[in-house]
Design a protein around this ligand. Structure first.
Ligand SMILES: *[C@@H]1O[C@H](CO)[C@@H](O)[C@H](O)[C@H]1NC(C)=O
Ligand SMILES: *[C@@H]1O[C@H](CO)[C@@H](O)[C@H](O)[C@H]1NC(C)=O
Ligand SMILES: *[C@@H]1O[C@H](CO)[C@@H](O)[C@H](O)[C@H]1NC(C)=O
Ligand SMILES: *[C@@H]1O[C@H](CO)[C@@H](O)[C@H](O)[C@H]1NC(C)=O
Ligand SMILES: [Zn+2]
Length: 451
């Protein structure tokens, strides 16, 4: 071979390395990972016991809880949509605080579903004590008489079935790998999602392509919810809209931001010893997320309070396993779900006060319309919250950009090495050894997506 051909082979080879490397940095492939820790199903629910437990509850407490079994997944599994209210009270749904909770959008996040069962256990035990004059009974009566709560108990049953059958505890999407929290019609197909069906943020072919997201539009079309909450795990943070790329660039805020911040602060301090971090999603997180449920509910469905709540996170997770990154160990589960329960209590109490004041104000005068806020200013009392949030995000993005800088420096060295040395055996050596190590390097640096 003459040296010209050798040089061309070299260039082609280096280009190849570049492409492979960039792909590894950019997309997070869904990988099957060896688990260090798997759940004990005598502590955690599995998909079978989720269904049977929920069925038991609705059968026993039909006066206050009923099942809307028509909402089903692509594979036909029930999404366990329930409604909680005192169905015999004179107050109509609209006079109560109407709320939508969504649990289990992401298959590997078991914790929020367990937290929902704790919430239901608290409520139903109180209902059992209604006539004994206990405080628990009074609390449950307060809930059913003042609130009309819709719960999507298992937003993504197919994904959960798949996870349990395959033993792949890293699974996040539906049965066909679609990330439901990228499938909503708000900045759909933006860069904070993926068109690659092997990526864990695969958004699907078009907005609302999945029957699992249909339930959100149908319920929102029928009911003017006062609040929507999407529950997740992986970290302990409370996010306010918006999380999408455009809003991040434009610093867009939802209309009701001042009240939302107040609510988030109350929820954050429901756990006084370990308050949750909270703030605008686009300032708290270092990535953007396009097509999410809570952005849609705030921006399109005009729900006054729309939040994503990350309920639990491992303090110092390392390694490649997933279950223990998103969920506490089996023996700590009961203690952890009890610790987050005050979050619901504070939320309900805040929302009832808000709605009562709002109804009083409406009776006096004008109605409120929720729109995307035009000025990007905040009440001064909230500047602090947002500052707090942006400081956190600056820290996160600093470390993230430091990581990507290292990656690109290494990469530049590899390419320059290839070109300058121009020695074939250097590249041959790299073909075997370096690519493997660079790949694992980029996986190590890939930031975990929980929202
Ligand atoms: C699901 O959990 C129940 C206990 O709640 C257990 O009896 C059953 O065997 C589990 N099913 C599977 C498939 O693990
Ligand atoms: C539900 O409403 C009915 C009718 O107002 C009332 O009699 C009943 O006590 C209420 N249930 C609870 C748990 O408060
Ligand atoms: C449910 O939670 C409320 C609020 O924390 C509490 O007052 C009540 O006693 C709890 N009910 C039961 C049965 O534990
Ligand atoms: C995190 O690490 C510290 C010190 O290494 C340890 O004491 C603590 O238990 C760890 N936290 C968790 C949740 O594992
Ligand atoms: Zn999630």
């Amino acid at each position: 071979m003459n040296s010209d051909i050798k040089y061309r082979i070299l260039i082609a080879w280096c280009t190849f390395v570049l492409i492979i490397f960039q792909q590894n940095v950019r997309s997070e492939k869904i990988t099957f990972q060896k688990e260090n820790y798997t759940p004990d199903y005598s502590f955690y629910h599995n998909v079978t016991s989720i269904v049977s437990h929920m069925t038991k509850i609705v059968n026993k407490y039909g006066k206050y809880i009923n099942l809307k079994d028509e909402f089903r997944s692509k594979a036909g599994h029930s999404q366990l949509v329930i409604r909680i209210s005192n169905f015999t009270s004179e107050k109509s749904g609209r006079d109560k605080v109407q709320i939508l909770f969504a649990f289990g959008e992401h298959a590997r996040e078991f914790f929020p579903v367990e937290s929902m069962f704790y919430f239901l256990k608290n409520l139903t035990r109180g209902l059992d004590e209604l006539h004994q004059g206990s405080l628990s009974g009074a609390y449950s009566a307060w809930v059913v008489n003042n609130f009309d709560i819709y719960i999507i108990g298992m937003t993504n049953p197919d994904g959960r079935y798949y996870l349990e059958e395959s033993g792949n505890y890293c699974w996040r999407g539906t049965g066909s790998g679609i990330d439901l929290n990228r499938n909503f019609d708000w900045n759909f197909a933006g860069p904070g999602s993926s068109k690659d069906s092997h990526d864990e943020e695969f958004r699907g072919p078009r907005p609302f392509s999945e029957p699992e997201t249909g339930v959100f539009i149908k319920l929102a079309a029928k009911i003017s919810f006062d609040a929507f909450l999407s529950f997740h795990s992986g970290i302990r943070q409370i996010y306010l809209p918006f999380a999408d790329t455009k809003s991040k660039q434009q610093n867009r805020l939802p209309e009701n931001i001042d009240h939302m911040l107040k609510l988030a602060r109350r929820m954050s301090h429901s756990s006084p010893s370990r308050p949750f971090q909270f703030g605008l999603a686009h300032r708290l997180i270092d990535y953007s997320a396009d097509g999410t449920s809570f952005d849609y509910m705030a921006g399109v469905a005009s729900v006054p309070f729309s939040l994503a709540v990350e309920m639990w996170g491992h303090e110092n997770h390392t390694g490649s396993s997933c279950f223990d990154e998103f969920n506490p160990r089996s023996e700590h589960l009961q203690e952890e779900v009890a610790l987050v329960h005050p979050l619901y209590v504070e939320m309900l109490s805040y929302l009832l006060t808000w709605k009562t004041r709002k109804s009083a104000a409406r009776n006096r005068a004008s109605s409120t319309l929720i729109r995307v806020r035009k000025d990007n200013s905040l009440n001064s009392e909230h500047q602090q919250d947002v500052l707090y949030a942006s400081q956190t995000s600056r820290e996160i993005s600093r470390s993230a950009s430091f990581e990507s800088q290292i990656i690109y420096v290494i990469f530049a060295l590899v390419v320059t090495g290839c070109v300058i040395l121009g020695v074939r055996h250097t590249c041959q050596l790299m073909r075997k050894k370096r690519i493997v190590s660079l790949k694992s390097l980029s996986l190590t640096f890939s930031l975990c997506k929980h929202l």
